[in-house]
Write a protein that binds this ligand. Sequence first.
Ligand code: AVJ
Length: 329
Amino acid sequence: MTDATAAAALTLHNALDGDESRTLAEDVRQGLARPFKELPPKHLYDTRGAELFEQICELPEYYPTRLERSILERVAADVIAATAAGELVELGSGSAAKTRLLLDAMAAAGTLRRFVAVDVTEQAVRDSATELIQEYPGLEVHGLIGDFERHLDYLPPAREPRLLAFLGGTIGNFPPAARLRFLTAVAELLRPADHLLIGTDLVKDRAVLEAAYDDSAGVTAAFNLNILHVLNRELGANFDPQSFTHVARFDEDEEWIEMRLRSDRAQTVALPAIAMDVSFAEGEELRTEVSAKFTRERVAVELEAAGLELLAWYTDPSDWFALSLARRA
Ligand code: AVJ
């Protein structure tokens, strides 16, 4: 359903509508029935979760946001020169904090026409869209409230050379098979004049990685535990978040960070909305996120497997984070 807003420059489309509670119910039903319990990370991002993630981005231990911004500050003009982009589509745009660096470069190049924001958090889409039409006179903004894994079909057709940005390292949340599926779907969306800009966190020292996902202020712990509040609210569950502990661990073989919630005691939780009781043994862990860490080789290989060609690789001086510019091969 498209809701017409007062400002003609702003259009919003909600691809989630009633559909999202069913998805949550289905994900929880399947994820908690497995021998190794797991929930998809997208359910971390209710309004509160999105706010906590914004706080994570400010933490001293959480380097990806800062490094990606510093890379963008350095290379945004080059990216726009290389792509001649007139519209920016950002998947998982959140508060769109880094978006402005690209929009500024497009404005400076005289190509800026439209910004399309895609995010599951309705509030984030509404707020950022409203701010951006005010900040960039003449800019058209289209907000798509949706799940970038399921709702790419709802993107408006491209009218200008398009730059599709998937920043923050969120690509790392997909397990490998889903990642290939997603990148393939993205590749199929690109016309010859379009480009993909993708942020990836890179493999590095375990201590640095684990600290980034287990900060001393406890913000990441609160972010992780928030998923239990989501289940309590949306599914009438009776999780006691106090009885779970945040765990962040780097798996060197898989080259990914995992966030888990460890049950401090044996307990049974009721989820009336899906008619399910779930038992946790003492010390049992529920996985809530994987966040893959990449190397240049792996990015190039995975892009190629999806029908994409790596055109440029931009990193920070410490090689901790990278932005890749790609197009359809
Ligand atoms: C938003 C998916 C990029 O994986 O680093 C931050 C989410 N999880 N701290 C990440 C997150 C824990 C973040 N992404």
